[in-house]
Write a protein that binds this ligand. Structure first.
Ligand code: NAD
Length: 252
């Protein structure tokens, strides 16, 4: 009962595939209305089709989370449709892969613009509405890479940006809790998504598998209960927390 989200309004950035898509399904199945937000509108629309087939009220929106005007437009569109925002899943992120000594400034900036600046913009835009109504749940997607340095390396900008996600979450989580807004993050290990199956990352997967005590990659479904929990009143005493779901990988 305390895990139900009936009457709640949620959005998920990067909701068009992978982890974000799984989050959108989980929140919708728990009773929330869900705005699926993605850089690529067609991907968001495809997920909205899936949700509609399950009878979940949903809305597809295009936004680049690194752009303030896009983020504001996203929040305005959700408020116009459903009146407010209760649950913000700031999940969009990118992982560019290069040796640190070869990482270009462009790559560094792109990574930070999506993974950290985008998160700041979304937390701020959604947070203002939540602070006004004295209620909100923000769930950021960090990564196990916020804690450990997964082998092999070549993830300098990504790892640094995800460590930033955790500190942003801790800071907002403590700053806003007395006004009813809880901010937590989820740190997945290696999850079987299109990101992981990309050209750049595919060669690393075999290496990573050897580092996972669970003996397999995570599936997006392995993360679904966590996002529902953090979105629900069952987690009301939690804030600034980094919920790590990695099959034990960070312990080896
Ligand atoms: P993915 O690449 O499969 O999906 C990400 C989605 O985000 C895509 O649909 C993409 O179009 C969208 N997106 C990219 N840039 C965007 C932007 N600027 N604005 C809005 N949408 C944008 O990725 P995923 O594996 O599902 O990862 C989702 C999140 O989980 C990311 O933050 C990622 O860093 C994190 N994560 C993934 C793994 C993993 O192993 N897959 C592990 C730890 C953390």
């Amino acid at each position: 009962e305390r895990l139900r989200l009936d009457g709640r309004v949620a959005y998920v950035t990067g909701g068009g595939q992978g982890i974000g898509r799984a989050f959108a399904h989980a929140l919708g199945e728990a009773g929330a209305k869900v705005a699926v937000v993605d850089l690529v509108l067609a991907k968001a629309e495809a997920v909205v089709c899936e949700l509609s087939l399950k009878g979940i009220k949903s809305l597809a929106l295009a936004a680049d989370v690194s752009k303030p005007e896009d983020v504001q437009r996203m929040v305005d569109a959700i408020v116009a449709r459903w009146g407010t925002v209760h649950i913000a899943c700031n999940n969009a992120g990118i992982n560019l892969n290069s040796a640190s000594e070869e990482t270009s400034l462009e790559e560094w900036d792109k990574t930070f613009n999506v993974n950290l600046r985008g998160l700041f913009l979304c937390c701020q835009a959604a947070g203002r509405i939540m602070l006004n109504q004295g209620y909100g749940k923000i769930i950021n997607t960090a990564s196990m890479a916020s804690l450990i340095v997964p082998h092999p390396q070549k993830q300098l900008a990504y790892n640094a940006s995800k460590a930033g996600v955790v500190k942003l979450t801790q800071t907002l989580g403590t700053e806003w809790i007395d006004r009813g807004v809880k901010v937590n993050c989820i740190s997945p290990g290696i999850v079987d998504t299109p990101l992981i199956r990309s050209q750049e990352l595919r060669p690393l997967v075999q290496r990573w598998l050897a580092d996972i005590p669970a003996g397999r990659l995570a599936q997006p479904t392995d993360l679904q209960a966590a996002v529902v929990y953090l979105a629900s009143e069952a987690s009301d005493y939690m804030t600034g927390h980094n919920l790590v779901i990695e099959g034990g990988q960070s312990l080896w």
